[in-house]
Design a protein around this ligand. Structure first.
Ligand SMILES: C[S@@+](CC[C@H](N)C(=O)[O-])C[C@H]1O[C@@H](n2cnc3c(N)ncnc32)[C@H](O)[C@@H]1O
Length: 139
């Protein structure tokens, strides 16, 4: 019997391997079919739900948003683009912020968005740094 050595689903190693490679054409197609656009989703939160978050948090220019466990940048980048706010995106495996930064550059959001490798359990920010915090399918 051979032992399955693939990373445990949901583990940082698993996410690291996912975020280290580009999405395949099939994945992009599925994302468009299910979510309506290619926004870098790696969970279950839809665009309509992200829009509801933006409205509930009253996100706008001048605000600073923290997205915990943002993966490829969802929904932090989308919310920054939609609302004009600044966003700081965090995740554990370094491949996640790398992928999110590449997406931000393509969308010309890198001037307003920054990326930090950090665990949700030990966030390296002072109190009152953010006006709003989101996490989608992270905790
Ligand atoms: C299901 S994915 C969701 C990613 C993104 N928020 C989305 O909705 O597409 C869960 C994310 O949580 C991250 N994560 C898991 N444990 C974490 C922790 N302790 N601190 C920060 N991020 C964590 C994973 O690396 C992964 O990117």
């Amino acid at each position: 019997m051979t032992r399955d050595r693939s990373p445990i689903p949901g583990s940082p190693e698993r996410y690291s391997s996912i975020y280290s490679r580009a999405q395949s054409e099939a994945e992009l197609l599925v994302e468009r079919e299910v979510y309506g656009a290619n926004v870098g989703v790696r969970g279950y939160t839809t665009i309509a739900q992200a829009d509801a978050l933006a409205a509930r948090l009253d996100l706008r220019q001048g605000m600073r948003l923290l997205d915990i466990g943002a993966g490829r940048g969802w929904p932090g980048l989308y919310l920054a683009q939609k609302s004009g706010c600044e966003a700081v995106l965090t995740d554990l495996p370094p491949a996640a912020p790398r992928s999110a930064l590449a997406r931000a550059r393509r969308q010309r959001l890198d001037g307003r968005c920054s990326f930090v490798v950090a665990s949700a359990t030990h966030l390296p920010f002072r109190p009152q740094t953010f006006d709003a915090v989101v996490h989608t399918d992270t905790l």
